[in-house]
Design a protein around this ligand. Structure first.
Ligand SMILES: Cc1cc2nc3c(=O)[nH]c(=O)nc-3n(C[C@H](O)[C@H](O)[C@H](O)COP(=O)(O)OP(=O)(O)OC[C@H]3O[C@@H](n4cnc5c(N)ncnc54)[C@H](O)[C@@H]3O)c2cc1C
Length: 283
C-alpha cells in the first residue's frame, strides 16, 4: 500500500509534490492501466499518489489574445467542446478512446504519458504548443517538442506539475488530422498524421507536418518544412516525389503488437502524399 493525497487546492498540491514527489493522478486512465495487477484488484503503485483531477483552478480553457490556454486538469471533452480549439486538435482528441473516457481523461495526462502514439501530441507538435510547469515558488514554459524526450519520458521535475498548455492560434487554411487504427473508437493509433499549411501571395507561408507512432516520439522535421516554405502550388506539385523521398528518411517506425514498420511507413507517406495534393490544389 502506498500513501495517497488529495490536495485542497493548487498551492497544497505544489507543496505535496515538492515534499513527497507523489505521482500526479488526473483521470487515471493511463496510470490505472500502467499499474494494474489482476482484474478486480487494486493497482500496484510503487510511489505515493496525489489526486489532481479535481483541482478547479486548473479546470479551464480560455482564449488569451492569440492563444488558447488549456488548464492542467481540463478534460479531453472540454478541449473537444471549446469553440476556439484548433480543428486538428479537436479531431485528434475526438479520436481518443470513447466519450466516457474523454470526460475523465485530461489533455495533460495524454502529454505526460509521452507515448509516441498519444493522439493529441501529434496535433500539439504541429501547433507548436507550450507546456507550463510549476513548482512551489516558480514556473517555466517548454515547447512540447522539448518537454517530451522519449517514449514515456519528459522533462517534468520531481517537484513540478503541469499547470497549463498554451496553443498559439495561427491562420491555417489547410489542415488535416488523420488517425489510422483498427476501428474508430477505443483503439490506439497504428499511426497518425497532422498537416497544417497556409499560403501568402500564392506561396507557402507556413507548414507543419507531424507523424505519430512512427518513431520513439512524434516525428517532425523543421529542416524539411523549411524547404517547402516559399513554394508555389506548381512547384510543390512538381517537387512531390523528392519531398516524399526526404520524409522516407525521417520516418523510421518499428514493428509492435499494433502494426508493422512496413505498413506504418507506407501509410504515413501515403497520408503525406494526400496532404501535399490537398495543399497544391488549394484554391
Ligand atoms: C480504453 C482506453 C483507450 C484509450 N485510447 C486512447 C487513444 O485512442 N489515444 C490516446 O492517445 N490515448 C488513449 N488512451 C490513453 C489515455 O486515456 C490518455 O493518455 C489520457 O489523456 C490520459 O489522461 P489522464 O488524465 O487519464 O492521465 P493519468 O492516467 O491521470 O496520468 C497520465 C500521466 O500524466 C501524469 N500527469 C497527469 N496530470 C499531471 C499534471 N497536472 N502534472 C504532471 N503530470 C501529470 C501522470 O502522473 C501520468 O504520468 C486510452 C486509455 C484507455 C484506458
Amino acid at each position: 500500500m502506498v500513501d495517497s493525497y488529495r490536495p485542497k487546492d493548487l498551492k497544497d498540491a505544489l507543496r505535496i509534490r515538492g515534499e513527497y514527489g507523489s505521482t500526479p493522478l488526473a483521470g487515471g486512465t493511463d496510470l490505472m492501466v500502467r499499474y494494474q495487477s489482476w482484474a478486480g484488484t487494486l493497482p500496484l503503485f510503487t510511489n505515493s499518489v496525489m489526486f489532481v483531477g479535481h483541482l478547479h483552478e486548473l479546470k479551464y480553457i480560455k482564449k488569451i489574445e492569440n492563444s488558447l490556454e488549456v488548464g492542467g486538469t481540463a478534460t479531453l471533452s472540454m478541449v473537444a467542446d471549446h469553440p476556439d480549439t484548433p480543428r486538428v486538435l479537436r479531431d485528434a482528441v475526438l479520436s481518443i478512446a470513447a466519450p466516457a473516457l474523454r470526460n475523465n481523461a485530461t489533455l495533460t495526462g495524454n502529454i505526460c504519458n509521452a507515448s509516441p502514439a498519444g493522439d493529441s501530441v501529434c496535433a500539439l507538435y504541429a501547433l507548436d504548443a507550450l507546456i507550463r510547469l510549476e513548482k512551489n515558488g516558480s514556473s517555466r514554459e517548454l515547447p512540447v517538442v522539448e518537454f517530451i524526450t522519449g517514449p514515456g519520458r519528459t522533462l517534468l521535475g520531481k517537484d513540478e506539475l503541469v499547470t497549463a498548455i498554451t496553443i498559439p492560434l495561427k491562420n491555417s487554411s489547410i489542415d488535416n488530422f488523420t488517425k489510422v487504427g483498427t476501428r474508430r473508437a477505443n483503439a490506439l493509433s497504428k499511426l497518425s498524421f497532422t498537416g497544417i499549411a497556409d499560403y501568402k501571395n500564392g506561396r507557402i507561408d507556413s507548414i507543419a507536418l507531424t507523424f505519430g507512432a512512427v518513431g520513439p516520439t512524434v516525428v517532425r522535421s523543421v529542416e524539411l518544412e523549411k524547404k517547402l516554405l516559399g513554394l508555389s502550388r506548381a512547384e510543390l506539385k512538381a517537387g512531390k516525389e523528392s519531398i516524399l523521398s526526404d520524409y522516407s528518411t525521417v520516418i523510421v517506425p518499428i514493428d509492435d503488437q499494433r502494426s508493422t514498420a512496413v505498413y506504418r511507413k507506407k501509410v504515413a507517406l501515403n497520408l503525406l502524399d494526400k496532404f501535399i495534393n490537398e495543399v497544391a490544389d488549394y484554391e
